[in-house]
Design a protein around this ligand. Structure first.
Ligand SMILES: [Zn+2]
Ligand SMILES: [Zn+2]
Length: 142
């Protein structure tokens, strides 16, 4: 059983997940690199799958036409990347995996925007690697 609780560094924002995640993914795109200060690690959370405490401390930055990134207004920790649903499709929410209280027991399965990964680092282990074009083909763009 993996962890279902997490929050930001200062604990002004806390959350509980409805279902325990079993994996996380890495994104090497320049926006995830900048906002995380390294590599963006995300856990996909289904609509309604997360309960927030201290939501008034969540700051929202609209990082593109279609998506927003959330952070703690007090300590600055990254919290999630979200594409709001439009009625036809549900919200897409990728929780900042490092905000989980404990990542032990989870596996990293996929690396996306692999062509943007700096050559100075690489992950060990056998992950599925997808380029931007692969991601757009798989998830329908935007
Ligand atoms: Zn905080
Ligand atoms: Zn990214």
């Amino acid at each position: 059983m993996t962890c279902t609780t997490g929050g930001c560094l200062c604990a002004a924002v806390r959350y509980t997940l409805a279902d325990a995640p079993d994996h996380y993914d890495a994104c090497h795109c320049s926006m995830c690199r900048k906002t995380s200060g390294g590599v963006g690690f995300g856990i996909n959370v289904p609509d309604g799958g997360i309960t927030w405490e201290g939501a008034e401390n969540i700051g929202i930055y609209k990082s593109s036409e279609w998506a927003e990134r959330a952070f703690c207004k007090i300590c600055g920790s990254s919290l999630y990347y979200r594409m709001p649903g439009d009625g036809e499709r549900p919200d897409f929410l990728s929780l900042a995996a490092g905000s989980l209280d404990d990542l032990e027991g989870l596996t990293m399965t996929t690396e996306i925007y692999i062509e943007a990964k700096p050559s100075g680092h690489a992950f060990a282990g056998d992950t599925k690697k997808m380029t931007e074009a692969d991601v757009i083909a798989a998830f329908g763009g935007s």
